[in-house]
Design a protein around this ligand. Structure first.
Ligand SMILES: [Zn+2]
Length: 246
């Protein structure tokens, strides 16, 4: 599904459009011209569905050269190992995400609790994946002729980051789970979920004033993409937490 000139939605689970496995986050395909990238890769339970959507959008999945991860959670990073085995994609993540993803550290992934709570199937396992490029705030990831800015946005969990790029004066933001439609956030009872860092991260995203808002779940906004961030900021300015969602 084409969203903008350079961005396609090739995966999405039940907290979205259900176009791939129900446990998947939104999986975005970025068309950098000479090469392609994925932003997040879903839970790894149905890679063929994501590849099928990529082909339906007119792209050969063998051209996917890069995978950038917003964070470690299984619905975003669980498919990395299979994607690497299939296409040798270069994978980018922050230091914390790299450590957890490369060791499949279930405790730091929050997986035992998530499985117990039915967030994932009882037999779900996270497959360890390599991270080839450790990224930090202010870094740039080149995808063909596009230039992705890394914005570290912890709060939803440690190591969370967002990505922004501007093409023909249109600023796109891949927000991951930092903020969702209507300014909602996802607060979880896990040791590394922090309300106050969440809010500082949303303040940073507000400075970017994106036109296109591409979150990890729920609705996508193709015009006035700053509006969900502004909705969260309206509460943050009052000293309140944004509303809990998803
Ligand atoms: Zn998450």
């Amino acid at each position: 599904m084409q969203l903008t000139e350079r961005v396609y939605l090739v995966g999405s689970g039940k907290a979205g459009f259900n176009s791939s496995n129900p446990y998947d986050c939104h999986v975005y395909l970025l068309d950098g011209g000479a090469e392609l990238a994925l932003v997040d890769c879903g839970a790894g339970l149905d890679l063929p569905a994501i590849l099928g959507n990529t082909r339906a959008a007119g792209f050969d999945p063998r051209r996917i050269r890069h995978l950038v991860l917003t964070h470690k959670h299984s619905d975003h990073a669980g498919g990395a190992a299979e994607l690497q085995a299939a296409f040798g994609v270069q994978t980018y993540a922050t230091q914390h995400t790299a450590q957890v993803v490369s060791t499949a550290d279930e405790k730091r992934l929050g997986l035992p609790m998530a499985r117990r709570g039915g967030v994932y199937p009882p037999d779900y396992r996270f497959r360890a994946a390599e991270v080839h490029n450790v990224i930090k705030d202010g870094d740039r990831v080149m995808v063909g002729d596009l230039d992705l800015l890394v914005v570290e946005t912890p709060g939803h969990c440690d190591g969370h980051c967002s990505f922004a790029f501007t093409h023909e004066d249109i600023t796109h933001l891949f927000a991951g789970d930092a903020v969702l439609f209507g300014g909602q956030i996802i607060l979880q009872d896990i040791p590394d979920c922090s309300v106050s860092s969440h809010m500082r991260s949303i303040e940073r995203l507000a400075e970017l004033k994106p036109d296109v808002f591409l979150p990890g779940h729920l609705q996508i906004i193709l015009r006035d993409g700053w509006s969900p961030i502004e909705a969260a900021m309206a509460r943050i300015r009052l000293g309140l937490s944004p509303v809990m969602g998803a």
